[in-house]
Design a protein around this ligand. Sequence first.
Ligand SMILES: Cc1ncc(COP(=O)(O)O)c(C=O)c1O
Length: 394
Amino acid sequence: MKEDFPFLERGVVYLDNAATTQKPNRVIEAISNFYRYHNANIHRGIHTLSIEATDMYERSRERVASFIGAKPKELIFTYGTTSSINFLAVSLLRSGILKEGDVILLSSLEHHSNLLPWQNLKKFGISLKFVDVDEKGVLNEEDVIRSMEGVRFLSLTGLSNVTGQRVDLERVTDAAKKRGILVHIDGAQTVPHVKLDVSKLGIDFLSFSAHKMLGPTGIGGLYINEKYLEAFSPFLVGGGMISRVTLEDSTYADPPEKFEAGTPNIAGAVGFAAAVDYLNSFGMERVEKTDRDLTRYAIESLKKLDFVKLYGPGDERQVSIVSFNVDGAHPHDVATVLDEEYKVAIRTGHHCAQPLMRRLGVSATCRASFYLYNTWEDVDKLVEGLKRVKKWIG
Ligand SMILES: Cc1ncc(COP(=O)(O)O)c(C=O)c1O
């Protein structure tokens, strides 16, 4: 790991992986190599460099698509999960797949990025319905299924960025399919940590971000099941996505180009594919096991501290993320002590999930989140730091 991840040389215990992950040399080199030797704009050029860059971009699409079990044309490169969900919401509306009177089902676990784009559709006569969580922030899949009556569209996180709860997507998706409900999964935290195959799961749409899975910032994916590709209207229009343009009207290129107006993040796509290659070589089962073991060890260790309150299921459903608060200390103070005295980096705040914070009865939590380069010693360091915080607050 030390050879692969240069950041480890800094000696920082990085437990903020749910916000963004560190990058292995393989990703850094793929991006730098692209800019050094292969940089050209894609699709429109007929010179060798442009053909080469186009090939690198499209092969990156193939590798990322295959990582989630999709066909290359079903994967659109976006700027990340937030842009994928905005794209999806607008396109569903423009293409008439979602229309006045339709009901969208969400949960109170959702990140703001899987909430606000749907709230925007309310002014078009589309309504939102919510499945609540319990006081520990745990979502019951049976409650999701029970709420499906009269619903047209389900948009759900696969793994909560606050509680680390991995939702049983097979169960929920099966039930939705039986009722003819379209399913979108916010995979920002799921795709990096557990093997997700869209074709096996039978979902319609999936959003995810490269930077949370060892890849660069500024690029992500939106999976659109091929049955919607023709009907779907693009979110962005302009250069690079057309077939023919007159002053009055235009026709579009075939998918996925139709959905990628303007010059895309070419080097980002190359880096994204390198990240996926790295994860494949490590093995997603091993990633999941590492994250699960670290999470279990962290939960067990934190449970021993009677001044720490934990949120989330606290069992095998919890993967890669542990949210907690320290009695009598503001989360920001906890993070400052951990950072300054122990070089432990955690995140504090509402984690872009204010409705969930309200449900938990807090304005903020501390969040430690793990990835494949973390160790049990990192968890021990966190615990040691928290004991120091306790002493400090008396
Ligand atoms: C569950 C979830 N959804 C969406 C997002 C937004 O991702 P991005 O900022 O990469 O667009 C995040 C980021 O933390 C997330 O955790």
